[in-house]
Design a protein around this ligand. Structure first.
Ligand code: FES
Length: 608
């Protein structure tokens, strides 16, 4: 149940936003891209985020008392990161005194550099008989003076006395939030790194980020080491059902893959694991369960309950991730059992649900994860599509590797785009399949019910001789030994039908039509390769103008990078589950009707 939203107006910008009760003035401003000064990222320690409340009430908090003067409090000034919104409000934001450092992310978004990991160089007064404060107190006092709180665990405590004395009390404190990760001799503020991981069922992508500049130091991807246990999440879950040892096997496989990527990144960039303090990890619910060694089997059976959907913050050493020994691993939250942290990251990266534009974000894979909405209201669901888009259960299907047909153009002849360039076509991958079916519809060799024509039905058609019979089933010959059968077309039809149904159900709930959609965003690795026109011709996505269909690439990885570079954006990701309503498709009375209505291929004149 989504709560009633409250309105906040920020002056002098005259910017308005509507937020759920309890949101802070700081984070509501951040949602609409209005920068409020801060060096602590909203933790209530820097005192820089003050705003003046003009209308509405904001209680005075302990942090307000600590960091603001009495006259300021009397004048209505409050720390915006502590002031929660419980009624409609108007407030005044002071001009920024400095331009915040920002980085442009892959999708063209400007992200203010405000990482959770901060390094502070300190020149401490050495202890004397007159000043016998403990090392921790000395350090804590100096950090407080710089606007930072600090808590130190025993592992880092063990190192503090030696580092202080060896460095002449000139040290760099490394904080992840309030936690002291390390104390380093001298000034090391230039060297601060973190890693963003997108843990896919098939592929893992790791990006080593320079937290000072916001630039990627290196990026690598490799196949998930869990592959020998099955290609999809269901087979991984089935393996996990064999008992704790099997879950451990899967956990070890994924952590080993992550550490292999890290080792290669360290070697390639010269960055040391000791300077890599934090990892942000996204992935679907099964992948994150397995990463933490949690049995994912309840995800596979009704009523599909995950062990956790909340963001988790753990010591990286708990799973054996090879970053700084006191570093942290942070995951993003999930929206549902089958709309995981990877989708939340995608939503973060694309700003769907933070702007007024009505958009649908679709990540196409064995599940189609769909988020539809705008800043007003947003919905999410997962539609089971089966493995057709991955090239499985397709007679000549294969993964998107060398030799796979990834693009098809039909006219008087057959033109193929094969991965690897000038190599022999060995099969067809998901994007090639979507293209082939769209093109067969386009040249009239498939009718809109999905029935493939026989050679006798289309005398004189330039491609009639490509219509063949394979084991009693109609097929279209794409290349020597590679063909598309009538059954393959049906597999694709069911897969696209399921995703189109998910989109339709969400559009019906929201009460919107195709003409209302401002954009269709295709996410995930598959979405990047999909030809938008073909996606539209087969009816996978609503028939909007072609320029409104946008491939957004690896949006999950981008979202993980953004959460690594910006603590404020990380908070936005944490809030997304409370802003997006999750719709469970199974068991919905309208699912079957909607499925039947979108199963056929659209008439070409309708898709333009
Ligand atoms: S006190 Fe630092 S952002 Fe509010």
């Amino acid at each position: 149940m989504i709560q009633r939203k409250l309105e906040v107006i920020y002056q002098p910008f005259d910017r308005t936003t509507r937020v759920p009760p309890g949101t802070t003035l700081f984070s509501a401003a951040h949602w609409i891209g209005l920068p409020i000064d801060s060096t602590c990222g909203g933790r209530g320690t820097c005192g820089k985020c003050k705003v003046r409340v003009i209308e509405g009430a904001a209680e005075v908090t302990t942090a307000d008392h600590r960091l603001l003067r009495k006259e300021e409090l009397d004048g209505g000034w409050r720390l915006s990161c502590q002031a929660r919104i419980y009624e409609d409000m108007v407030c005044e934001v002071p001009q920024l005194l400095r331009v915040p450092k920002a980085a442009t992310m892959g999708l063209g978004r400007l992200v203010i550099l405000d990482p959770n990991v901060r390094k502070v160089y300190l020149e401490l007064a050495e202890p004397t008989l007159e000043d016998q404060r403990s090392d921790v107190m000395r350090l804590g006092d100096a950090l407080t003076a710089e606007g930072h709180d600090m808590a130190a665990g025993v592992a880092v405590l063990r190192t503090i006395p030696r580092v202080l004395r060896d460095s002449g009390f000139k040290v760099t404190a490394v904080l992840a939030g309030e936690q002291l990760v390390a104390l380093e001799p001298g000034d090391t503020t230039d060297e601060s790194f973190g890693v963003a991981f997108d843990v896919g069922t098939t592929t893992l992508v790791g990006t080593l980020m320079n937290l000072r500049t916001g630039m990627a130091a290196g990026v690598l991807s490799t196949l998930n080491g869990q592959a020998p246990f099955g290609a999809d999440v269901i087979s991984r879950i089935s393996h996990g059902m064999n008992g704790p040892d099997s879950v451990l096997e899967l956990q070890t496989a994924v952590v080993t893959t992550m550490n292999t990527i890290l080792a290669d990144l360290y070697e390639q960039t010269g960055v040391s694991p000791a300077r890599t303090y934090e990892a942000v990890v996204v992935g679907n619910a099964t992948m994150l369960h397995l990463l933490f060694g949690i049995d994912p089997s309840p995800l596979a059976v009704m009523p599909f309950t995950p062990a956790f959907m909340e963001p988790l913050l753990i010591a990286a050493r708990e799973v054996g991730l090879d970053i700084h020994p006191n570093g942290f691993l942070q995951t993003l939250p999930a929206l549902g059992a089958y709309v995981g942290a990877d989708i939340v990251a995608g939503v973060l990266a694309t700003s769907v649900v933070r702007e007024d534009k009505l958009r649908v974000f679709v990540d196409v894979g064995t599940n189609g994860e769909i988020v539809l909405g705008s800043a007003q209201r947003a919905l999410a669901t997962a539609a089971p599509a089966g493995p057709a888009f991955e090239g499985s259960q397709i007679r000549c299907g294969m993964r998107a590797t060398e030799g796979a047909i990834e693009g098809v153009q039909l006219g008087d002849t057959v033109e193929l785009q094969v991965i690897g360039g000038d190599v022999r076509a060995m099969g067809i991958c998901g994007s090639g399949l979507v293209d082939a079916v769209a093109q067969l519809l386009h040249v009239g060799l498939l009718d809109h019910s999905g029935r493939m024509k026989g050679a006798g039905d289309v005398p004189g058609h330039p491609l009639a001789d490509r219509l063949i019979d394979v084991d009693g089933v109609r097929a279209f010959l794409l290349a020597d030994g590679v063909f598309l059968t009538q059954r393959d077309v049906r597999e694709l039809q069911f897969a696209k039908g399921s995703i189109a149904t998910g989109i339709k159900v969400l559009m019906d709930i929201l009460g919107v039509e195709t003409k209302d959609l401002d954009q269709v965003l295709l996410g995930g690795s598959f979405g990047s390769y999909l030809n938008p026109e073909s996606a539209k011709i087969i009816g996978l996505v609503p028939p909007v103008d072609l320029d409104k269909i946008i491939a957004v690439g690896n949006s999950a990885g981008e979202g993980a990078k953004i959460a690594l570079l910006s603590y404020r954006e990380r908070q936005v990701a944490f809030e997304l589950p409370s802003r997006i309503e999750y719709v469970e498709l199974s068991g919905r009375a309208d699912f079957n009707d909607a499925f039947v209505s979108v199963l056929q291929f659209p008439h070409l004149e309708l898709v333009g």
